[in-house]
Design a binder for this molecule. Structure first.
Ligand SMILES: Nc1ncnc2c1ncn2[C@@H]1O[C@H](COP(=O)(O)OP(=O)(O)OP(=O)(O)O)[C@@H](O)[C@H]1O
Length: 307
């Protein structure tokens, strides 16, 4: 994404389209549902382009430096340094409470919704610190969509679920085309093309989650964050979501939190292992992490000695 795209007010859509459900409504309460004309960043500010030219595979899209997160006095992340590459699947794994979701939610500032949360350090998206004062979180969340653990379609038609955020922001465009494209990318079109007016709630759990993915895709984000997107689904639905995630990574940068190490090994290119205390202990190619990790603590975790 270029800075022009980041700052183009006409490219604005709604954060609700990218997160959905309860969180999105809360988010909307915080940020307001009315589109603003402020750009994501002040165009007079230089964006650091040291992360490499746009479009090159493997370039860094998200980068954290010395990232600390606290909930009141409790530290949830400790000095996290990471560089997440474009158009790959990066898995975040680790035992319960090690800060996986906290890290994910830092990336599109969902932690803004938590009064107790405080973020120190830097979290850069396309070279720009998303915590700079001049960043508009609503625009940021359009560029960095989110899918949650439990499928959470709105009580609306399938069609309206996909267009919801676009509607709210008054985005122009051929909605029929956008809906079909998003549903195709979410591998749901063939199953729902004849029932677009039916309620999203009438779909199976796996279909609902793919609908939520279509809703996240519709505003054309660069990054899709997924917080245990298959943990509420049966094995068949899980397998479809896993196939879909691998397909999505051909066009999007995907960051997925998962408790399921086999899932991380199956679908991710890179794996980050967080351990207790919010420490990122190892980040490397997924094969390396699972076959020959550098750290004994990571090996112990991978082999099930704890966690
Ligand atoms: N809203 C909050 N208020 C206070 N503390 C929180 C909040 N959210 C998370 N924490 C604390 O921050 C730490 C990290 O939580 P987080 O949910 O990020 O971990 P996680 O690795 O995603 O856990 P899990 O795998 O169980 O979902 C934990 O100690 C948790 O209790």
């Amino acid at each position: 994404m270029t800075r022009d795209q980041m700052t183009d007010p006409d490219s604005r859509t709604d954060t609700q389209a990218t997160d959905g459900g309860r969180e999105s409504l809360a988010n909307n309460d915080l940020e307001g549902s009315t589109p603003t004309t402020e750009p994501l960043v002040d165009s007079s500010i230089d964006v650091d382009d040291s992360t490499g030219p746009s479009g090159s595979e493997g370039r860094t899209v998200i980068e954290s430096r010395d990232l600390d997160v606290y909930y009141d006095d409790v530290q949830a992340l400790q000095s996290v340094d990471i560089e997440i590459p474009a158009e790959q699947v990066t898995a975040i794994i680790g035992p319960s409470g090690c800060g996986k979701s906290t890290f994910l939610r830092c990336i599109n500032r969902m932690n803004d919704l938590v009064d107790a949360a405080r973020v120190d350090g830097e979290l850069r998206f396309e070279g720009k610190n998303v915590y700079d004062d001049d960043v508009d979180p609503v625009v940021l969340r359009r560029k960095i969509g989110m899918v949650f653990q439990a499928p959470n379609p709105f009580p609306k038609s399938i069609y309206d679920n996909v267009t919801y955020g676009l509607d709210v922001q008054g985005v122009d465009g051929d909605y029929d085309e956008i809906v079909e494209d998003a549903l195709r990318r979410a591998a749901l079109w063939d199953e729902v093309k004849d029932q677009l007016d039916s309620s999203g709630l009438d779909l199976s759990g796996g279909q609902q989650q793919r609908l939520c993915i279509a809703r996240a895709i519709a505003p054309d984000p660069d990054v899709i964050l997924m917080d245990e997107p298959a943990s509420a689904l049966d094995p068949v639905a899980t397998s479809k979501i896993e196939d879909l995630i691998e397909d999505l990574a051909e066009e999007y940068t995907v960051v997925i939190v998962t408790h399921n190490m086999q899932q991380a090994a199956r679908i991710s290119d890179k794996t980050a292992v967080f351990l207790t205390g919010g420490e990122l202990v190892e980040f490397d190619d997924t094969d390396k992490i699972f076959e020959n990790p550098e750290h004994d603590r990571v090996e112990d975790y991978i082999t099930g000695k704890f966690g």
